[in-house]
Design a binder for this molecule. Structure first.
Ligand SMILES: [Zn+2]
Length: 58
């Protein structure tokens, strides 16, 4: 069995069609390109909130 499982976006809980190539990893958490785009559009302070969230998850 493969060690790698399909990445699930920590925000929308979806699995991108192209897997990990269609998103980014932050602090060990995966975010799909769709949600990444939304975060970039809503400026970077949301990224801090995201880091806090991912730290809680870890
Ligand atoms: Zn997403």
């Amino acid at each position: 069995m493969m060690a790698r499982i399909l990445p699930v976006c920590m925000i929308c809980r979806k699995v991108p069609r192209r897997g990990i190539a269609e998103g980014i990893s932050i602090c060990g958490s995966f975010i799909c390109s769709e949600c990444e785009q939304q975060m970039l559009e809503s400026r970077f302070h949301n990224l801090d909130a995201l880091k806090e969230l991912s730290q809680k998850l870890i």
